[in-house]
Design a protein. Structure first.
Length: 161
């Protein structure tokens, strides 16, 4: 009887542990989307600066630098919360695209940057409401910076807002 009780205890405990353990599903970090938007906005503003008159180009260059700084801050926070060190690759990468006819794509304009910044500001503000602490503050700051760039800085550069 003792052997039977010991076997039941041993196998019962193992069975209960095996049945109750469910694989832990990691959710993607909610800051990954704003990170990608920051990188895309930086590349867009940089490309628009290259095709713009000097006054608008200077403003777009500053916007690209700001969005690169946002990407750096978001990357650092993602790495911090994951317990890793941030990657050194926070530089925006512009991917060349071609139109169906094979002609070179039309360069982005300051108006394109304004549209992208407004979308980024809206998305960051919306996400900030679901976060807390530093993350909420970071997203709120990004939303404010994008709004200011779109409605104040680029509005004076000749881009429609």
């Amino acid at each position: 009887m003792l052997v039977g009780t010991a076997a039941l205890t041993l196998f019962g405990g193992a069975f209960a542990t095996a049945c109750s353990s469910t694989p832990r599903v990691e959710e993607p970090d909610p800051l990954l989307e704003p990170l990608e938007r920051a990188r895309a906005d930086a590349a867009l503003a940089s490309n628009a600066a290259a095709a713009s008159p000097p006054a608008a180009a200077a403003t777009l260059t500053v916007v690209a630098q700001q969005r690169t700084a946002h990407a750096t801050a978001l990357s650092a926070e993602i790495a911090r919360s994951a317990g890793a060190t941030p990657s050194a690759s926070t530089t925006p990468s512009a991917t060349p695209s071609t139109t169906p006819s094979g002609s070179p794509p039309k360069p982005p304009t300051a108006a394109d940057a304004v549209d992208a910044l407004q979308r980024s500001a809206d998305d960051a503000a919306r996400l900030a409401g679901s976060q807390s602490g530093y993350r909420a503050g970071l997203l709120g700051s990004i939303a404010a910076a994008c709004t200011a760039a779109a409605t104040v800085a680029l509005a004076g550069s000749g881009a429609p807002s």
